[in-house]
Design a protein around this ligand. Structure first.
Ligand SMILES: NC(=O)c1ccc[n+]([C@@H]2O[C@H](COP(=O)([O-])OP(=O)(O)OC[C@H]3O[C@@H](n4cnc5c(N)ncnc54)[C@H](OP(=O)(O)O)[C@@H]3O)[C@@H](O)[C@H]2O)c1
Length: 268
């Protein structure tokens, strides 16, 4: 149900953070993996670790916002592995963080290119291969930012909401072809992307006030959900968004209710 023996997986943004953890998790579960990022040094280190686990690793240099590079990356993977079973659209992030009124047209274009256009390009190229194979699992990395509104990250939040929408549409379009499309939805995960926030005690404490689990997630906290969605255990699951946020989106009361609960004002 949960192994990936004999499968092949392509993971974007595999050089660090969540993508690196997912790549190693897929290899540990038995998959050969194609590891993709713009820089090659860090991704080669991940490839060496994959090979030590006894799996094949292919290193791909690609800017996920460039449709021609995406087409070449998928075609290289298929040429090397003879097919593609799992694609994890993980590369993403936010360049700008700040008030909406300071967002430039270029900031918006960059956010769309990195977080949404990239997913569209990869779903199209990998989808073609998987529909032809009549099997495959596409997993998009969304964010809780796409579930609720996020001041100072409105552009990023909008792209992640669109990724969840694309996931549902493609899931319906390809379900009868044996291709599943799902989304993992992490909350606050401690990575380079969030180091400005996790590294400053006051900001970190403020953010964790809205997380009932009261801790930052680690990249490894995302891996189990990806393995589930990738494998046969999820063979009837398509169009789902699986949330990994320590309970953040489980309450509309947010920090106030959690604080009251911890003060003993609300019996638990
Ligand atoms: N950390 C969180 O709290 C959190 C929460 C929810 C969702 N997410 C999502 O999880 C995903 C991974 O986040 P992370 O925190 O692990 O980020 P990260 O530590 O900044 O890692 C980003 C990865 O993406 C690659 N990348 C960035 N731009 C790229 C491009 N144009 N083309 C190809 N590769 C590119 C980076 O490698 P190169 O720089 O070498 O290209 C790196 O491997 C993102 O989609 C993010 O939105 C993160």
């Amino acid at each position: 149900m949960f192994g990936l023996e004999g499968r092949t997986a392509l993971i974007t943004g595999a050089s660090r953070g969540i993508g690196r953890a997912i790549a190693l998790g897929c290899a540990e579960a038995g998959a050969d993996v194609a590891l993709l990022a713009r820089g090659t040094d860090a991704v080669r280190e991940v490839a060496e670790t994959v090979e030590k686990l006894g799996r094949r690793a292919v290193v791909l240099t690609c800017d996920v916002g460039d449709p021609d590079q995406v087409r070449a990356a998928v075609s290289d993977t298929v040429a090397q592995f003879g097919g593609l079973d799992v694609l994890v659209n993980n590369a993403g992030g936010f360049g700008f963080a700040g008030p909406f009124l300071e967002l430039t047209a270029q900031d918006w274009t960059d956010a769309i290119r990195l977080n949404l256009a990239s997913v569209v390009h990869f779903c199209r190229e990998a989808g073609r291969v998987m529909v032809r194979q009549r099997s495959g699992s596409l997993i998009n990395v969304g964010s809780v930012s796409g579930v609720g509104g996020v001041p100072m990250l409105s552009h990023y939040a909008a792209t992640k909401a669109a990724v969840a929408s694309l996931t549902r549409s493609l899931a319906a379009e390809w379900a009868a072809s044996g291709v599943r499309v799902n989304c993992v939805v992490p909350g606050w995960i401690r990575t380079e992307l969030t180091s400005v926030m996790s590294g400053q005690e006051q900001i970190s404490d403020g953010l964790l006030r809205s997380v009932p689990a009261r801790r930052w997630g680690d990249p490894e906290d995302v891996v189990g959900a990806v393995l589930y969605l990738a494998g046969d255990g999820a063979r009837m699951t398509t169009g789902s968004c699986l949330t990994l946020d320590g309970g953040m989106t489980s309450t509309i009361g947010g920090p106030t209710l959690i604080d009251l609960m911890e003060m003993g004002r609300i019996p638990v």
